[in-house]
Design a protein around this ligand. Structure first.
Ligand SMILES: *Cc1c(COP(=O)(O)O)cnc(C)c1O
Length: 356
């Protein structure tokens, strides 16, 4: 059990009004979790303190070489008043893999989950209850040595902040338009694509801007070597329903292994769908669209849960999916996963974890 010192704020903020929509990632709760690391001493001084700025040297290594990682998960308030997390152990395990790749000291799964639970407990009044809302949890680690040489830092801070959020897309569960990138790449096998780290996001921004300017809300990445095989959407994994089968790119070292992806595949197999994790060439998709075999396309990720895709654009070719409407399977997955997250559907998989 992590020993966490708690210092509560003496000036609590006003909770957001139920009447205003919560814009993703703009409001932060009263408290934050911090724990320090020092080589020789290990992780220490776990504490929950009032939400506040952090003070770092301008030479802090995180600013120069990007040694940082993050996670993302959510807490939900069930109808009967319980506070529920969704598979937090998966985030803790993924954090360990990310840390290994980035030479950041590991945090034991139990300590990670304890820290999340303790902070959510302190700020549980901030969990919103309007439909589609939740409390987004953002754990992250930064390298803090004041040093301009290139090597792993000897000091770090592990911080968790919380943000009440509404539905991820302003459009709600309406299908989004996706731009398939044919120029830039996000990640390559052997790189850091399967680590959850800011570096992958900054690599995606130029293309994101280009896609936005063209009227598309997200970028779909192709593999960095052949520029031919579908990878993921950069903050979501991508899945296709082709001829009744659920098909998704295989985790190949450059794709982020999503907790939502894993949950979706589990449910689909449970429901009797044939599931294929394999290479999917962009040509195959376009052929499937032409022949009418491409039935549904959807993204999966913590922020939006399931995000139906209504249109894909690759170079000059545009395809519409399912007449621009949300597909049956996409809707069922969304309803089931959010149902489990909110404690409305019986959780047969041990995914829901109560914060007591
Ligand atoms: C976080 C993330 C996802 C989605 O993962 P979930 O665990 O389902 O939220 C997908 N791709 C990238 C690049 C990510 O950072």
């Amino acid at each position: 059990m992590l020993d966490i010192r708690i210092e509560k704020t003496t000036t609590p903020k006003e909770l957001p009004s139920k009447d205003n929509p919560l814009v993703f990632g703009t409001i932060f709760t009263d408290h934050m979790f911090i724990m320090n690391y020092e080589t020789g001493k290990g992780w220490h001084d776990a504490r929950i303190v009032p939400y506040q700025p952090i003070v770092l040297e301008p030479s802090a290594m995180v600013f120069h070489y990007g040694q940082e990682m993050f996670e993302g998960l959510k807490a939900y308030r069930s109808d009967d008043g319980r506070v529920l997390l969704f598979r937090p152990d998966m985030n803790a395990k993924r954090a360990i893999n990310t840390n290994r790749r980035l030479c950041i000291p590991e945090i034991p799964v139990e300590d990670f989950v304890d820290a999340v639970k303790a902070l959510v407990k302190v700020d549980e009044a901030w969990i919103p209850t309007n439909p589609g809302t939740s409390l987004y949890i953002r754990p992250f680690i930064i390298a803090t040595d004041p040093f301009l040489g290139v090597r792993p830092s000897d000091t770090y801070q592990f911080i968790i902040i919380l943000s009440p959020v509404g539905p991820y897309y302003k459009e709600g569960l309406n299908p989004v338009k996706i731009w398939i990138e044919d120029d830039y790449v996000r990640a390559v096998k052997g790189g850091i694509g399967e680590a959850k780290t800011g570096g992958n996001y900054v690599a995606s921004m130029a293309s994101q801007v280009k896609a936005h300017d063209a009227g598309y809300s997200q970028v779909l990445w192709l593999d960095g070597v052949h520029r031919k095989y579908i990878e993921e959407v950069g903050a979501m994994n991508i899945l296709f329903k082709i001829n009744g089968k659920v098909v998704t790119p295989k985790l190949n070292g450059s794709i982020l292994p999503g907790v939502t992806r894993d949950s979706v595949l589990h449910l689909c197999r449970e429901w009797g769908y044939e599931v294929e994790e394999r290479l999917i060439a962009v040509d195959e998709l376009y052929d499937a669209a032409k022949s009418g075999a491409l039935e549904e396309v959807f993204g999966s990720g913590t922020a939006a849960v399931i995000s139906p895709v209504g249109e894909l654009r690759f170079e000059d070719q545009v395809i519409q999916i399912n007449g621009g409407k949300i597909g049956e399977l996409s809707q069922k997955l969304y309803d089931t996963i959010t149902g489990i997250q909110l404690g409305r559907i019986k959780d047969e998989y041990g995914w829901s974890v109560e914060v007591k």
